[in-house]
Every structure is written in C-alpha cells, then in structure tokens.
Design a protein around this ligand. Structure first.
Ligand code: FAD
Ligand code: 2HG
Ligand code: ZN
Length: 484
C-alpha cells in the first residue's frame, strides 16, 4: 500500500460517505468468512457504496494505490470467491446498497436490476409485472444478482432457461481503472463486434465489478406439474428425462436426481420434511413441467408418461403434487439437501458435470471408487441431472472421525476430477473457481485457454487489483513471466 491508511480511509469515506465505511473489527467480521466456513480472511475496511459511480471511483483510487479489492454480494458462494486473503491489506466492497430495480419493460420482457438486488426480490418484481425471471437457487433469499452474474449461477431451471449467462442482455461494470462500462442494452439482437459483457459473466469479480444488469424475462408460469418418482437406477432416470421431454413438448423445467441417503438425511435433520413415498428405493427424481398456458394439462401428460415408464420397469413408484403445499414440500426436500448434509457431518463436495447420457456410467464408476477407497464416507450424488450436473458429495459416515475423514479430501478430489476429465466433463459445473479450485483449473483447463484467460486478466486489470488470487493465481509482471 503506497499511501498511509488514515489518508486512504479518508478518501474512501469521501467517496461513499463515512457512515458507509466499516473499519471496526466486529463490524467487519460477518464479511470475512465464506458461507461454507472454509476460509477466513482479513480486510482493512468494508466499503458499502450506494451508486455505480461510487464503485468506479473506489476502483480508480485502489488502482492508483495498488490496493486489492474483493467484491461481495450475498456471500453464499461455494468457492471462497468473496472472502479476502489474510493480509489485511485488501478492501472488501459490499454491493448490498446497490439494490434498486431501475426499470421494468414488460413489452420487451426485460428488467434492469442493480447488482445488490437479492435474487428473490428480482423474481418478485418480475411477477408483479406479470412476468417470470427463471433463475432459481436454494440461496435465492440471500444471494444477489451481481453474485449470480459473477458466478454464472445455475440452479434448478437451467434445463429450460439456461444459466445466468443466458439470461443477460446487457451489463454495467466498473472497470479496474475507474471507468464505467455502460452497456445496459435491452436488445436481443446486436452483432456489433466482440461480446464484451460475456467476459464478466463467471469471472467472479476478477475483471470488473458488476453494478447493474439488463435481464431477460419470460411469460408467467400458469400451469405446473411436479412429481417425485422412485426410479430403478440413474440409467432409468436419464431415459425417463428424455421420454418426458419428448412427451411434453419440452416443458420440463426441472429434473433433479436424488439418492436414498439424501431423502433419509433431510427427513432426519430438516423439520417438516418426510419421505413422500412408501417403501425404500435407491434413487428418485424430482421432475417439474411448467407452462405459460393455464389450460395445459400437464398433470395428465406427466401421469401418462409415468404409467408407461412404470410398465416398462423404469419407475418403481411416483407421487404427483396435488396442491401448492404438496409441491413446496417436495421442493423443500430437494432444496434442503445441502443443509441436511451439513447437519449430518463433514462432507467432501464435487460440483461436476458430464454429458447427460454419461451420468449413469459416471455414477457407477465413481461410486465404485468411493465404495472401495473411502470406507468412512457415504456417497450422496445428487442434483441437476437434466443439465448433466451432479453434486458428487461424500459425507462422513456415522461414527467416523471428522478430522481423519477430511484428510482424504485431496486423494478423493484427484480421483473424482481425473474421472471427470475421462468423461470430457467439468470440475466446476455451476459454483465457479473462487480460491477453492484455482489449482484444479490450472491442472485441467486446456493450456491455450489458460493463456487466453491470463491475457484477458492482464488486459482488463494490469495491476492485479481485482479479487487477487481468485480464479487465476496472481500474475507475475509480464516480462518476468516470459523469461521464467
Ligand atoms: P458472493 O458469494 O457474494 O460472491 C460470489 C463471487 O462473485 C465472488 O467471487 C465475488 O467476489 C463475486 N461477486 C459478487 N458480487 C459481484 C459483483 N457485483 N461484481 C463482480 N463480482 C461479484 N449456485 C448455483 O449455481 N446453483 C445452485 O443451485 C446453488 N444452490 C445453492 C444453495 C445454497 C443453499 C447455497 C448456500 C448456495 C447455493 N449456490 C448455488 C451457490 C451460490 O448461491 C451462488 O454461487 C450465487 O450465485 C452467489 O451469489 P452471492 O451474491 O452470494 O455471491
Ligand atoms: C444445490 O444444488 C447447490 O443444492 C448446493 O448447488 C450443492 O451443496 C452442494 O453440493
Ligand atoms: Zn446445485
């Protein structure tokens, strides 16, 4: 830091107002640990700007003094991307005060939201305008649009509507040097040169700080059919997905795979959750069809498809939600799996994807490896099967020693990720890289892709002030790197 701290703090306070600058230890604490409690960092202050211009001015100041900044949204990320390092030399910038919906254009099916808007508030604003914003995650009550954009979040509607990246029309971004990129276009067609906005999506705050976004909306959902079904095995689940897609004219919006253990853990640890089916089954799916047409008979469509699947031996049992209450009970089971896992003990998590059709073989081979090599762990492979995305998690078995179990994490990760590579899959399907997977990215990304990522980082953040050490290791000065 090339400027004495008191002077710097004065300058920051001058930009955002002293009441929005936190410096006392206790005030900072909630910002310094990630949601999973994997990381704890330090920061010399937390700045809470209230406008995009203030964010840009903060960056100009930090760039001039070579001060690292860490953007933070709802702090629900899974990879430690929003947690500062332990130097105490970084400034954490919380986007929470940038929380206005700036505009809704119902005819254009779009809205403009500031980065600090909570996802659930954006969904609500869309609904009030008789429109639908489809991004949906278990953390939607606290994660923010800026965090969703910066991690390119996925969730339970990707199969139908795509990831966050697919829902963006334009962005406003504060750049490292203090310029504000103002590209909040509402256009659906615009082929004027490089798609610059896409650089910031999934960049986890390493290329710029997103201050607002122009987002796509869709027709409101007016009919839904939700079923919880016991399937013979993951192969049957994948076959069922393809049948339901065909039979429903592609109205499947969610298709989540759930193993028996996840049902048991949620029923045990989460108040109000119960097993929706009689009998014990090894695998289940939560399948939802939706339509914008109130007259669509989705229940009948799903029931017919399931009857055939029962006859063909793909399904063992199924229940259809008959009311909104039953529907949310099924979703509660699914959405509380991470919490149930946490309450049950330590877990080793792998957010992986493979082509949808390869899911059964992946589970078979990786599951066999876990069975043979992790005697103190229990596999809970679940998640967004419709997108080929599994949360291939392993929980500590009852009675197992937590510390001893956790020492396995490197070996297990290597085996799972090597297998993912064999399947042409991804070692981070939807949670990003953060600080958790920097070395994994280096290991598995194609070398040319890594070179291009470093070149982009250098071009947009030559002084390396933006979220240093996240996604990529801090870059060496160019000349040094070439000669090394
Ligand atoms: P943070 O955690 O605050 O930040 C995440 C990253 O984005 C950090 O690198 C941070 O520096 C950067 N960042 C934040 N705001 C900005 C900004 N304005 N500009 C630039 N960079 C910024 N994720 C999924 O993809 N799918 C799921 O289904 C899913 N389910 C979840 C369920 C639960 C119960 C929980 C706790 C988390 C879940 N997540 C899921 C992970 C998490 O909610 C998402 O990654 C979410 O998008 C993070 O948003 P956030 O606002 O909390 O971001
Ligand atoms: C989900 O789909 C989240 O519930 C969390 O992405 C996954 O905890 C996990 O592994
Ligand atoms: Zn997920």
């Amino acid at each position: 830091m090339s400027v004495p701290q008191p002077r710097l703090l004065e300058q920051i306070a001058g930009i955002i107002g002293p009441q929005h600058l936190l410096t006392a230890g206790a005030e900072l604490e909630p910002f310094l640990t990630d949601h999973r409690e994997l990381y704890h960092g330090r920061a010399f202050a937390v700045a809470q700007p209230g406008t995009a211009d203030q964010v840009a001015q903060l960056l100009a100041l930090c760039n001039a003094h070579r001060i690292g900044v860490v953007p933070q949204g709802g702090n629900t990320g899974y990879c430690g991307g929003a947690t500062p390092d332990d130097s105490g030399a970084q400034l954490l910038i919380s986007l929470a005060r940038l929380n206005r919906i700036r505009a809704i254009d119902a005819l254009n099916y779009s809205l403009i939201a500031e980065a600090g808007c909570v996802l659930a508030d954006v969904q609500r604003a869309a609904a009030e305008a008789q429109r639908f914003f489809p991004l949906s995650l278990g953390s939607e009550g606290s994660c923010q649009i800026g965090g969703n954009l910066a991690t390119n979040a996925g969730g339970v509607h990707v199969l139908r509507y795509g990831m966050m990246r697919d829902l963006v029309l334009g962005l406003e971004v504060a750049l490292a040097d203090g310029r504000l990129l103002s590209s909040l276009t509402r256009l659906r067609k615009d082929n004027t040169g490089y798609d610059i906005k896409s650089l910031f999506l999934g960049a986890e705050g390493t290329l710029g700080i997103i201050t607002a976004a122009s987002l796509k909306l869709f027709p409101s959902i007016r009919a839904a059919a939700t079923a919880f079904a016991a399937v013979r095995d993951p192969r049957a689940a994948v076959e069922l997905l393809s049948r339901v897609r065909e039979a429903s004219g592609d109205r499947v919006s969610s298709f989540e795979l759930i193993p028996r253990l996840a049902v048991e853990l949620t029923a045990r640890h989460i108040p109000g959750v119960r097993d929706p089916l009689d009998g014990v089954h090894a695998w289940y799916v939560l399948c939802e069809l939706t339509s914008a047409r109130a007259a669509d008979t989705l229940d009948a469509m799903l029931a017919e498809c399931f009857e055939q699947a029962l006859e063909d031996g793909l399904l063992e049992d199924a229940v259809l939600a008959r009311s909104e209450r039953e529907r949310s009970a099924l979703w509660r089971l699914r959405e509380t799996i991470p919490e149930a896992q946490r309450r049950d003990g330590a877990s080793l998590k792998h957010d992986i994807s493979v082509p949808v059709g390869a899911i059964p073989e992946f589970i078979e081979r990786a599951g066999r490896w876990v069975h043979d090599n992790v005697p103190d762990g229990r596999l809970i492979a679940y998640g967004h099967a419709g997108d080929g995305n599994l949360h291939f998690n392993i929980n500590q078995a009852p009675g197992a020693d937590r510390a001893a179990f956790l020492t396995r994490s490197e070996t297990v990760k290597r085996a799972i990720h090597d297998l993912v590579r064999e399947f042409d899959g991804s070692i981070s399907a939807e949670h990003g890289i953060g600080q958790l997977k920097v070395l994994e990215l280096e290991r598995y990304a194609p070398p040319v892709e890594l070179e291009l990522m470093r070149a982009v980082k250098r071009a947009l953040d030559p002084n390396g002030i933006l979220n240093p050490g996240k996604v990529l290791r801090p870059l060496q000065p160019e000349a040094q790197e070439r000669s090394s």
